[in-house]
Design a protein around this ligand. Sequence first.
Ligand SMILES: [Zn+2]
Length: 153
Amino acid sequence: MKKSPQQRKLERLLQSSKFSASGFMGTDRRGLWEIIDEDAAEIAKRGKTMEEVAARMQQLTDLAEQGLGDWIQVSKNLHVAVDDNRGMIPCPWPHRVRCMKRITTARHIPSNTGVRWSDLNIHLIKEHGFFEGKGSPFRIEPGVLIDIIFSKD
Ligand SMILES: [Zn+2]
């Protein structure tokens, strides 16, 4: 994909010290658009859309809120919890969006797998299709995420 000047500018912004300190790109050697394209392909392969994934994450965060830090059983094998971090964190895209820092953790009991996300992750996926770079503390693997949050058992 040919990059527009805005895309190049954004990529520089995301790789700048300000954002690398926040770790959005992690240790990923790929460019921003490559990361976004490959994760979009994975989501499409699973028959989902970014909107569906983000909506399910938001729904689980809302359910987890009711537990006030304790685990909530969403279904037989899916448990979620949220921490009570009240800080805010800005979206790295230049549009002045700020999200709560609270962290939602989802655990799938039979497979003993888990995934966690911040409110910013939900925003990044919904609005930018961005799951963060590999090696980032908040990188989410789309396949793992889908297996857990849409688990049928
Ligand atoms: Zn944003």
